[in-house]
Design a protein around this ligand. Structure first.
Ligand SMILES: Cc1cc2nc3c(=O)[nH]c(=O)nc-3n(C[C@H](O)[C@H](O)[C@H](O)COP(=O)(O)OP(=O)(O)OC[C@H]3O[C@@H](n4cnc5c(N)ncnc54)[C@H](O)[C@@H]3O)c2cc1C
Length: 396
């Protein structure tokens, strides 16, 4: 029997991890399967662009994994039995199951509704492809003068509002911020952000908390009504309750609590990476849900899995958080570095250079997913046979 590694999710964390594992472990005694609901890699960082009508490159997962040895199963994960070490899935062929010896959980996240009434029924979001496409259809049917309200002043909210205002100057775009817009930026970067909002004609409602969403308006805590033909909910990411339901130890956020090697603290044969991992970074704070964190956590998880299976010492790879890179439409951006306490450094990069850099980051991230085994050591390592490594199944 081969050692069965199952990777759940083929997003930024899972796709890269699966390729990395396939490149470095011998197919003679390992079998790597990646399970993903959608047939294509979804470039989540561009979903606000998809929503406003731009077309994104389609990268089929079958093409991405062709020749890598990774088995692809297109199905939705519906449950995990950590006792039996099986994953329940539902796909085109109906319900099915999949057994694992090592599980890497990388199912990402979706929009956090925070229980606000009306969000599920009336609001749109850009956190997944299907929701972004639903919004795209709605916006395409919205005539000049239509009002679009983006709720949330985080990175995704800012990127969404600016992209929409730039691409559709005929619409009236507004953003609701619970606090002050860009409060976490350095003073100079904050000024830059405000100027960009002014230039693009985006109205900002600061110190406003939305308590209900209705078909044509959002209602704030103080009863103020903000008109919105379309409300785009962008108040953070939430993870699927699947991990908690499986009995894995999770944080308040529902993310899987992992040790420094991305191994579940409750289930040693389970690892987590990306948005669904509650991982403490090198600065001693939980890593933010971001593409950068997805990169760092999947590198650490795969390094640990390979070392434990092959009998090597588990290496420590970096878990960094340098800062934030925010697009402000296509020709402007802000790159804000942070210090070890996640406070903005005074230096920031803004304007066209920052936009070009961001564009390079997006292209680089997508390219590395499309070439998941590029640049990895090619030496295929055999599994260790030592009896003190429980869970290792080795070929005869
Ligand atoms: C509009 C937008 C802009 C963003 N911009 C930035 C940015 O500029 N910089 C940055 O660092 N981060 C950004 N992010 C955040 C970044 O996209 C996420 O942090 C990143 O995608 C996390 O990677 P992941 O692999 O954990 O999850 P994902 O990339 O979401 O991958 C999860 C995968 O799991 C699959 N999946 C989910 N549930 C199931 C299931 N039940 N069964 C089977 N498959 C399933 C999904 O289809 C997906 O393929 C942005 C996010 C959005 C939405």
């Amino acid at each position: 029997m081969k050692h069965r590694i199952v990777v759940l999710g083929a997003g930024y964390a899972g796709a890269f991890a699966a390729g990395n594992l396939a490149r470095r472990l011998s197919p003679a005694d390992t079998e790597i399967t990646v399970v993903n609901a959608a047939p294509d890699f979804v470039e989540r960082m561009r979903l606000h662009q998809l929503a406003i009508g731009q077309d994104l490159a389609v990268r089929s997962l079958a093409d991405i994994f062709a020749g890598t040895g990774v088995r692809l199963r297109l199905a939705r994960v519906t449950g995990i039995d950590t006792e039996r070490r099986t994953v329940a899935t539902t796909g085109e062929d109906g319900e099915d199951g999949l057994a694992y010896d090592t599980l890497l959980y990388a199912l990402g996240s979706s929009a956090a509704h925070h229980g606000v009434p009306g969000v599920a029924e009336h609001a749109f979001d850009v956190t997944g492809r299907s929701s972004a496409l639903r919004l795209r259809e709605r916006l395409a049917g919205l005539g000049a003068g239509g009002t679009v309200l983006v709720v949330g002043e985080g990175l995704t909210g800012i990127e969404t509002a600016t992209e929409f205002a730039e691409s559709r100057p005929d619409l009236s775009v507004a953003l609701v911020a619970r606090g002050e817009l860009g409060a976490w930026l350095s003073p100079k970067a904050r000024r830059h952000l405000r100027q960009a909002f002014d230039r693009l004609g985006i109205t900002v409602h600061e110190h406003t908390s939305i308590e209900a969403v209705e078909p044509t308006r959002a209602v704030a805590a103080d009863g103020t009504s903000v008109p919105a033909d379309v409300t785009v909910w962008s108040a953070g990411f939430a993870v699927h309750p699947l991990a908690a339901a499986a009995g894995l130890e999770v944080a308040e956020t529902g993310q899987i609590v992992v040790d420094r090697t991305m191994r579940s603290v409750s289930h040693p044969d389970v690892y987590a990476a990306g948005d669904c991992a509650y991982a403490i970074g090198d600065n001693g704070r939980p890593l933010p849900m971001s593409c950068g964190s997805a990169g760092y956590t999947n590198m650490q998880a795969t390094a640990a899995i390979i070392a434990r299976l092959t009998g090597g010492e588990v290496p420590t790879t970096g878990l960094k958080y340098y800062g934030n890179h925010i697009s402000l439409g296509k020709r402007d951006a802000i790159f804000q570095m942070v210090d070890g306490d996640v406070r903005a450094r005074s230096w920031y990069l803004g304007g066209r250079s920052a936009a070009r850099l961001k564009s390079g980051v997006l292209k680089g991230a997508a390219w590395s997913i499309a070439h998941p085994t590029f640049g990895m050591p090619t030496r295929k390592r055999r599994l260790a046979t030592a009896p003190d490594r429980p869970g290792v199944r080795v070929t005869a």
